[in-house]
Design a protein around this ligand. Structure first.
Ligand code: SF4
Length: 277
């Protein structure tokens, strides 16, 4: 098995208490068996667990161990090794094809999002080994890119044209918003954004001008979606179009729209499968 990762992967650091949208709220956390075995010896942890999940608190569904300073009380008391798999791994993802493992960082984490959008230069993969404990070591440049990423790296024209070449547009902004409104949702804010673009659609010229005005970020976004979804062109093109339309419609920062999009769509296998259809 060859393990590959983007060359910015090792720069990722959780920004913890500086994170405005902590992953320690709003998500149900399923605790793996090994961690449950560890927690059974800790009554102060077990009292916050039900059905192998942390009991979320309050309107914002905060993890019971997320303290008022935005730090994790579990780490502060026991160290990082106490974390369950979900907390340890977030925001990483793992894909497999043939004899290769493709590791990456998910866009729903704002620290990862900044790394992904802000990347300078061509996307590159590096090769490393993975220990039985999951630790990655070794950084050998890897020649060749999977999933059609070469096409994006080599594209010299406008990025909006690249999006069209990845998947010609066969529906407008309103129809796209309607399709996304038919998916599962986490936050009412996301539904409000979709309804806004449904009611007042963004015209293609305005959307494409926004994409071309933020060409580095959108090139990086297309590559991110191709890499994360193993070359699925429809997800790459439609995700980028909707993100641009919502950013134009709402005036929100691009990174914020990307983070919301990933949280709403990419953590639901049902949603991802529906978009692929
Ligand atoms: S979303 Fe990312 S930066 Fe924020 S707390 Fe989670 S891992 Fe850290």
């Amino acid at each position: 098995m060859i393990t590959l990762r983007p060359d910015y992967y090792d720069e990722f650091r959780c920004i913890a208490d500086a994170c405005r949208h902590t992953c320690c709220a709003g998500w149900e956390i399923d605790i793996d068996e090994d961690s449950m075995a560890l927690y059974r010896d800790c009554p102060d942890i077990m009292c916050h667990i039900k059905d192998s999940s942390f009991i979320l608190q309050g309107e914002n569904e905060r993890c019971p161990f997320l303290n008022d300073k935005g730090l994790c009380d579990l780490i502060l008391k026991y160290g990082e090794d106490i974390l369950c798999d979900v907390c340890t791994e977030h925001p990483r993802f793992y894909n497999y094809q043939d004899d290769k493992e493709y590791i990456g960082l998910g866009l729903c984490c704002e620290a990862a999002c900044d790394l992904i959008l802000g990347r300078q230069g061509e996307f590159r993969l590096i090769k490393g080994d993975i220990s039985p404990e999951g630790e990655i070591f070794g950084s050998t440049p890897y020649d060749g890119l999977p999933f059609g990423i070469d096409e994006v790296n080599n594209h010299s024209g406008r990025i909006s044209e690249l999006v069209s070449s990845i998947l010609p547009e066969d529906r407008g902004c309103e129809a796209r918003a309607m399709a996304y409104l038919g998916l599962e949702h986490l936050e009412s804010d996301w539904v409000d954004l979709l309804n806004a673009v449904r009611e007042t659609p963004v015209v293609p010229d305005a959307r494409d001008a926004y994409i071309d005005g933020n060409s580095r970020e959108f090139r990086n976004l297309i590559i991110y979606f191709l890499y994360r979804h193993m070359g699925h062109r429809k997800i790459a093109a439609e995700s980028v179009r909707l993100i641009a339309e919502i950013a134009v419609s709402s005036g929100l920062a691009l990174a914020e729209v990307c983070r919301m999009y990933a949280a709403e769509i990419e953590y639901s296998d049902v949603n991802v499968d529906l978009i692929k259809e």
